[in-house]
Design a binder for this molecule. Structure first.
Ligand SMILES: CCCCCCCCCCC/C=C/C(=O)SCCNC(=O)CCNC(=O)[C@H](O)C(C)(C)COP(=O)(O)OP(=O)(O)OC[C@H]1O[C@@H](n2cnc3c(N)ncnc32)[C@H](O)[C@@H]1OP(=O)(O)O
Ligand code: FAD
Length: 694
């Protein structure tokens, strides 16, 4: 790859860049002045967010380690072709995996390295779904067989569930695994075009094995989708095995360093042991043993795990985007009221700060939510080891709704951040387009967000029905038990500042969630002629209301979690008073901005007057003004090294214009002064001698 530009091009790029309009402030001085405005200790908050100073130091060590690797150099990242992206992404992931194993690093280090290097590669699904599925659904013998090979990368796997014809509707998958008891083998087959596996990451050119979700047939009976480990490529030649057709599905909107693939089988035989049999089994003689009654969805468990990790990662992605946009808008100046006077910092425009600071509050909230979600998943995992699945329905409902909410807000938030950065945000060098393009698929994969909200809604409607029948509710939907008694309650807010109280905020968010669940149940009952059914036309004609209810429920849970985490930290003196005060302001802004989204519902349900709802807007404005001096210090507390953000606009020192020019200088298009189109296209048009010969 060429990195040296022609000196005649670079001379121009190196010309001093200071306009008369700027006054005397440089972007670096602006950045430094912004940091001096802070009212709290940003490093203290950084250590708290990183769960200890040691973790911050460790992050610095990992940056050194990564940036010293040939595959860890990000200088040319934005200029790679698809093929280069694929190879370099895979090299980076293999490199990190090897370092992890050689240095016996913890999983936390692995997750940190993945986030620092941020170069998804063909191993993503091996680590993210293949291994977790074997661990959660394989018998001890199957784990003993596959785990050492997987850990040494002697086999590379992916998770092959989605087909051309079916993704959402897992029960509709058409790939089959038919048990042949005479040979004690399964015959794996793709019976039609639509049954071609489509999308699995790493399948295109990397994987040697797949966890295959296929309909299990035993003695002619269809037992629905089950998981099998199937080899697809030869381990010596990497060529597809007989009966296997496999390849890459082509360029995507983003995430192009990953080789998402297609796959079909023509009567491929695999041993009986290929079926992951921890929960359901097929005996040698062909008897199907179903999973225990409370665990009929055992084979869907990996999806719950990945949804939890998606919630965790949303805070990471949104906070990166908010860091870039806040740092840049703090040093970007645009427009002076009088020529010659200093121009205004973009972050001082009301429209910009009223947009960015509520997003910043969401980013903080998602970081805490991600942590709680993983705790919840880990305690389910520990219980599952004892064959206890009691927590699964609640975990499935919460992880589905939060996956949808957090990814909806993060994807839209990254794009909003890009737009606050004006034209420069459109450059890949800003870091924001790649962040968006490689994030937005989170709204679709692992369950399209609307479909995920509807899983939460299903749980809510069932909970509301149970509450109506006088059954006690546990878990996140508990508030539905008390909802009917509280239906007549009214909002007690009498001034804008009252909206800052967590009690007022949580009461209003609870009320709106209960109201939207009740409304959705009414719509569903009306459509079903008095019956609540969970599929068919009645359900379909209620999905808009059901999705709104699920989103309100997830928002309530998210906010409650933010309040709880910050209050617990303040109470346990993990934060000094000034830092706790700023975090509380963020919590308040978070609650107010969530409530502004449902202000119409609050009034429609009679909980708030128009005046009270209007006070939300006033209070949001006041909170943003209060937080504005701390904006840069707050994003500094996410402690993203420049290496990680890889953004000309998000640099910590504020030297954004130099960084943009530096990036243009290594653009391969500038490698020659005349450019690659001169000879084949332009010369004939522009050069009179050549033209006269035409
Ligand atoms: C260093 C670390 C590196 C990490 C790298 C990570 C990279 C990750 C990359 C991820 C890439 C993406 C991969 C994928 O996309 S894989 C494919 C994922 N596919 C989906 O998510 C499909 C979505 N569809 C479904 O999940 C289901 O089919 C759906 C839930 C939509 C409906 O299923 P079904 O029709 O069977 O179910 P019902 O609605 O009728 O419900 C029946 C009951 O089952 C309960 N249920 C449903 N799903 C689950 C589940 N997953 N777990 C537990 N329970 C579940 C449901 O609530 C119903 O229960 P009740 O009857 O009690 O109400
Ligand atoms: C980048 C990327 C990577 C992926 N990686 C993998 C992988 O590694 N392994 C794998 O197996 N899969 C993978 N997938 C597939 C992914 O899981 C599916 O695309 C996803 O689950 C959505 O399913 P679908 O494509 O069938 O959407 P569809 O179901 O066709 O959705 C289309 C629209 O219909 C709506 N809709 C569908 N069903 C319903 C319903 N019941 N109720 C209401 N609305 C509905 C949806 O909301 C959506 O708006 C990946 C996808 C992407 C984009």
């Amino acid at each position: 790859m060429s990195s040296r530009a022609d000196p005649r091009t670079t001379q121009l790029l190196e010309a001093p860049c200071r306009t008369v309009m700027r006054g005397s402030t440089s972007p670096m001085e602006d950045a430094a002045a912004e940091r001096r405005k802070a009212t709290f200790d940003s490093e203290e908050l950084a250590a708290f967010l990183a769960e200890g100073k040691d973790n911050l130091l460790r992050r610095e060590e990992l940056v050194k380690l990564l940036s010293s690797q040939p595959w860890g150099d990000k200088t040319h990242r934005y200029f790679l072709t698809r093929e280069q992206e694929y190879v370099c992404g895979l090299e980076a992931m293999v490199g990190m995996w090897k370092i992890m194993r050689e240095q016996r690093m913890s999983m936390e280090d692995g997750i940190a390295m993945r986030s620092l290097a941020y170069f998804p590669g063909g191993l993503e699904l091996h680590i993210g779904m293949f291994i977790p599925t074997i661990l959660s659904q394989g018998t001890p013998e199957q784990q003993a067989k596959w785990m050492p090979l997987s850990n040494r990368l002697q086999v590379i796997g992916t998770y092959a569930q989605t087909e051309l014809g079916h993704g959402t509707f897992v029960r509709g998958l058409q790939t089959v695994a038919v048990y042949d008891e005479s040979a004690r083998q399964f015959v794996v087959h793709s019976p039609c075009l639509e049954s071609t596996k489509w999308w699995p990451g790493g399948l295109g050119k990397t994987a040697t094995h797949v966890v295959l979700m296929a309909r299990l047939f035993v003695k002619g009976r269809d037992y629905g989708p089950h998981a099998f480990v199937v080899q697809i490529r030869d381990l010596d030649t990497h060529l597809p095995l007989p009966g296997v057709t496999v390849g890459d599905i082509g360029p995507k909107m983003g995430y192009n360093s990953v080789d998402n693939g297609f796959l079909s089988f023509d009567h491929v035989r695999v041993p009986r042991e290929a079926m992951l049999m921890r929960f359901a089994q097929v005996t040698e003689e062909g008897r199907y043993v179903p999973p225990p009654p409370d665990n009929q969805k055992a084979s869907y468990a990996t999806m719950v795990y990945v949804r939890a990790t998606i919630v965790r990662d949303s805070g990471d992605f949104l906070s990166r985007a908010v860091t870039i946009a806040t740092r840049y808008t703090a040093v970007r100046r645009q427009t002076a009221s009088k020529l010659g006077e200093p121009e205004v910092q973009v972050l001082d425009y009301d429209n910009v700060q009223q947009t960015l600071l509520p997003l910043m509050a969401r980013a903080f909230s998602f970081v805490f939510m991600g942590r709680s979600m993983m705790h919840m998943y880990n305690s389910f995992d520990a219980a599952r080891a004892r064959n206890d699945f009691v927590a699964l329905p609640e975990l499935h409902a919460l992880s589905s709704g939060l996956k949808a909410l957090c990814t909806d807000v993060t994807a839209a938030g990254i794009e909003t951040c890009r737009r606050q950065c004006g034209g420069h945000g459109y450059l890949l060098a800003s870091g924001l387009p790649t962040l968006f393009n490689s994030y937005v698929q989170n709204c679709t994969w692992e369950g399209d967000n609307s479909v995920m909200y509807l899983q939460t809604a299903r749980y809510l409607i069932k909970s509301a029905m149970a509450a109506q029948a006088g059954k006690p509710l546990t878990g996140s939907a508990q508030y539905l038990s008390a909802a009917s008694q509280q239906a007549g309650a009214r909002c007690g807010v009498s001034s804008p500042a009252d909206w800052c109280s967590p009690a007022h905020q949580l009461a209003a968010l609870t009320r709106v969630a209960a109201q939207l669940v009740a409304q959705a149940a009414q719509v569903l009952a009306r459509a079903g002629g008095g019956r609540l059914s969970f599929d068919g036309e009645a359900w379909n004609s209620s999905t808009v209301d059901l999705i709104r209810a699920a989103r309100a429920h997830a928002s309530l849970y998210l906010h409650q979690n933010f309040v709880d985490c910050v209050e617990a930290a303040a109470e346990q003196r993990e934060l000094g008073d000034t830092t706790a005060a700023v975090l509380r302001q963020l919590v308040q802004l978070h609650g107010v901005s969530l409530l502004m989204e449902v202000a119409g519902d609050l009034q429609e349900g009679g909980y708030c007057t128009g005046r009270q709802a209007g006070m939300l807007r006033e209070q949001q404005r006041a909170l943003v003004y209060a937080l504005r001096p701390n904006a840069l210090a707050l994003v500094d507390a996410f402690a993203y090294p420049d290496y990680q953000l890889n953004s000309a606009l998000g640099r910590k020192d504020g030297n954004v214009y130099q960084a943009l020019l530096d990036s243009a200088r290594i653009n391969p298009l500038n490698a020659t002064p005349e450019g690659p189109a001169y000879k084949p296209v332009l010369q004939a048009l522009l050069n009179p001698e050549v033209r006269s010969r035409m």
